[in-house]
Design a binder for this molecule. Structure first.
Ligand code: NAD
Length: 484
């Protein structure tokens, strides 16, 4: 079997120790890998490179397309860019896959039957990083949910479920409030889910869904969710499974993949042969499946389970009475190596699909069908803080001073709540006003928008942005103001 090239970063803090332990176990299990080492993280940051990664490292990643990464330390202070975020975005790693499993009775947990996988969208949502300060009082972060992005992650989740013999996929959104963005994610979930009749499907509103997951995680199997919710919930899930030290994750893209532990570089534990290599090892197991060596993945995973069962534990999971031996990083690795070829006896042994079925999951979003798009209005956002921020004064002034043939003011809202006409005096207002103009006779043109902005400016108002109001095939492409 030819060796698969992989890029390895030994990382900071406990990184080098746990990476050495994991590579030792993988090699001992027969992994056919050829390692290209790169240095990223603290050393590079402190040399004055705020990205923490040298251009040459990208060459290796583009060549191997597989990144096995130990945790890195991001120095304190502003200006340092997270390598995780940079790598995910640069390599298009759209899916973050995190299995969260409890190992009762060998690792203490309140949830002995937990065995779920969180599949988090990794590239969009509020993490697009598009933020603006617009007025004295208001800051904005754009939440972008796209159809191709949603299709990719949701199809990935269903394909993952099929390949891994999972029975159910659950989506979490907040589409009762964000009907357009989260609504799209939910809609795509229903569409794609319909192609997988053998898999049970369910959708929960994120608030009650997370409460249920934290209370009864055994009710879930695969959970797919947008970026921010996934970020939060995957940490909750890993923690309640027993320990963040035990979970690994995969970041999967069309062109590359990155495998890492979910914990950080634990600098206080560094250099003492104390750290638990399990999270990074389980990430390595996912990597072996990804590169088509499922036999190695299986051997390592089962030997690791057996080691846990035999009570050989690092300090973070060691418990008097339950554990048999407290060991360091190196001794733990040796214990796993000694059990290669053995199966767990109480915990369920792991099997991975072999042969053809092990090809990486590939997903392609469907081709976009352009809709008939019609411009029917425009929201003009103003920075205005006069007259005790009285909406009736603003509304009256706009009606009187901003007159453009073909468009009319239909409402003003403040933080989404309609305040003009017919607002309520109790509504608290800030200095950021959305003034909705619509066509007097149906649709409008971009020239109407430009004319309107000129009139708004001529009347002395400070417009800070606009959002065009479109219909798509006759369906509104914008939300109504609360109370509109
Ligand atoms: P951390 O995950 O490093 O540590 C949190 C706690 O968990 C500590 O008490 C630590 O001792 C313990 N712990 C973590 N991993 C362990 C292991 N394998 N074995 C035993 N105990 C373990 O989080 P932190 O202290 O908030 O962050 C430290 C540094 O790591 C920071 O610079 C942070 O930016 C970085 N970090 C990196 C990544 C990454 O590279 N993916 C992720 C998170 C944090």
């Amino acid at each position: 079997m030819s060796k698969t090239p992989i890029t390895v970063a030994h990382g900071d803090g406990i990184g080098p120790e746990i990476m050495a332990a994991c590579l030792h176990i993988l090699h001992s299990a027969g992994a056919q890998i050829e390692i290209e080492e790169i240095v990223v993280g603290e050393k590079i940051y402190l040399s004055g490179n705020t990205a923490g990664i040298e251009p040459s490292a990208w060459d290796s990643l583009r060549h191997t397309k597989v990144f096995y990464k130990a945790p890195l330390t991001t120095p304190q202070g502003t200006g340092f860019k997270s390598i995780n975020v940079t790598t995910r975005k640069t390599l298009g790693l759209y899916a973050n896959v995190r299995p969260c499993v409890s190992y009762h009775p060998f690792v203490r947990t309140k949830h002995p039957k937990m065995d779920l996988v969180i599949i988090r969208e990794n590239e969009e949502d509020l993490y697009a990083g598009i933020e603006h300060r617009q007025t004295d009082e208001v800051y904005q972060c754009l939440k972008l949910i796209t159809r191709p992005g949603s299709e990719k992650i949701i199809r990935y989740a269903f394909e993952y479920a099929v390949r891994n013999n999972r029975k159910k996929v659950t989506a979490f959104t907040k589409d009762n409030i964000m009907k357009m963005t989260d609504g799209l994610f939910h809609k795509v979930f229903d569409e794609i889910g319909a192609e997988y009749p053998q898999i049970e499907k369910e959708h929960w509103i994120i608030d009650i869904g997370s409460a249920k997951m934290a209370d009864t995680p055994e009710a879930f199997d695969v959970i797919v969710l947008p970026n921010l919710y996934g970020d939060v919930l995957s940490d909750v899930a890993a923690q309640i499974a027993g320990s963040v030290g035990l979970a690994g994750s995969a970041n999967i893209g069309e062109h590359a993949a990155m495998f890492e532990a979910i914990h950080g570089s634990a600098p206080r534990r560094a250099g003492q042969n104390l750290a638990n290599p399990s999270g990074l090892l389980l990430a390595g197991v996912m990597m072996m499946v990804h590169i088509g060596q499922p036999e190695v993945a299986e051997r390592v995973h089962n030997a690791w389970l057996r080691t846990l069962e035999d009570g050989i534990h690092t300090y973070d999971i060691y418990q008097e009475g339950l554990s048999k031996e407290k060991v360091g990083t190196k001794e733990f690795a040796e214990a796993v190596v000694a059990r290669l070829g053995q199966q767990p006896q109480t915990l369920s042994p792991v099997t991975y699909l072999k042969g053809e079925a092990v090809k990486p999951i590939e997903v392609r979003p469907s081709a976009t069908v352009p809709a008939k798009k019609e411009l029917v209005g425009v929201d003009v956002f103003l920075h205005w803080n006069e007259e005790d921020k009285n909406p009736n004064v603003l509304g009256g002034a706009l009606e009187q001073q901003v007159k453009v043939e073909g468009v009319k003011l239909s409402m003003i809202s403040n933080r989404g709540q309609k305040v003009y006409p017919d607002g309520t005096p109790e509504t608290f207002c800030v200095d950021h006003w959305r003034c909705r103009y619509v066509g007097t006779h149906g649709s409008i043109t971009h020239d109407h928008v430009i004319g309107l902005l000129q009139a708004v400016r001529a009347a002395g108002f400070d417009f800070i942005k606009t959002e065009n109001l479109y219909t798509f095939d006759g369906e509104k492409g914008y939300s109504l103001g609360q109370g509109e």
